[in-house]
Design a protein around this ligand. Structure first.
Ligand code: SAH
Length: 253
């Protein structure tokens, strides 16, 4: 190759580098909140599902499929979109977090729900757990105590295409009396004792999944089943949740 050829080649390489720097490689757009780069999310989502399947928790196919269908990147803050498919909780503002996907899967599994059931969630947060429940084919009622989060989760759910989830801004310690009883109740913030109003809003044969324990430490996740002869409780292991706030310290009515 002569001097001229080498010069043209060198220039060509630099032109290619400059064009790439200016325009960015066409295959790696920055993911946006509303799904800027579906292929990047698809890869991360399948990695997350592999991680959930590899855990020692037994999770059935319908629950795995429900978790897989939910776009978790639509339930996180814009600054956390890149981490949306990591198997960990993420901050959602107001000192609260979106739950870890494996814990969402495990709690959904433990509810033992079937399509058409009516399920009450306490602590809507981002709306992510509510979306997973909706994907299970149940009718979802969700209560959130912080108005800003109630509003944001409603937006998230609508943007993600979930239009028939019933939401309410209130202290979920007292459940949703007007809509009770429920086939399942899932509490996604930790009280320091089992809220009795929630037990009373469970149908016979219905289950409540609730983390109970002091704030700031690990809590015990309980599955509480309403049988004909009272309640039975099963310990599902240690978890870490934000505390249930509100009137919970008051005497049960
Ligand atoms: N299920 C949520 C996780 C939210 S974190 C998700 O998938 O993103 C727990 C949520 O419970 C927070 O949003 C918090 O504000 C809410 N919370 C705490 N105490 C509550 C109460 N007494 N009633 C209703 N919501 C409560």
């Amino acid at each position: 190759m002569g001097r001229a050829g080498a010069f043209i080649l060198t220039c060509g390489v630099w032109v290619a580098v400059l064009v790439t720097l200016a325009c960015g490689p066409s295959t790696s757009r920055t993911p946006g909140v509303d799904g800027g780069d579906a292929s990047v999310f698809a890869v991360r989502r399948s990695q997350l599902m592999a991680e959930i399947r590899a855990s020692d928790r037994e999770i059935s196919e319908p629950v795995l499929a429900a978790v897989e269908r939910v776009d978790r990147h639509r339930f996180v803050r814009p600054e956390n979109v890149d981490e949306a498919y990591e198997n960990r909780p993420l901050p959602i503002g107001e000192g609260q977090t979106i739950s870890q996907p494996l814990i969402v899967a495990m709690m959904t599994e433990a509810l033992g729900i079937s399509p058409g059931d009516r399920v009450l969630e306490i602590g809507t947060g981002s709306g992510y757990q509510a979306a997973v429940l909706a994907e299970m084919g149940v009718r979802v009622y969700s209560v959130e105590i912080i108005p800003a989060l109630a509003e944001w989760s409603e937006e998230n759910l609508l943007n993600a295409g979930y239009e028939d989830i019933y939401q309410r801004t209130d202290d979920g310690y007292f459940g949703w009396e007007d809509e009770a009883p429920f086939d399942g109740i899932i509490v996604t913030a930790a009280p320091d004792h089992v809220p009795q109003p929630l037990i009373r809003q469970l149908k016979e044969g219905g289950r409540m999944i609730v983390p109970v324990g002091p704030p700031g430490f690990y809590q015990t996740l309980w599955m509480i089943e309403q049988t004909g002869d009272g309640v039975v409780a099963e310990n599902l292991g240690l978890v870490r949740f934000v505390p249930l706030t509100g009137e919970m310290s008051a005497e049960d009515p």
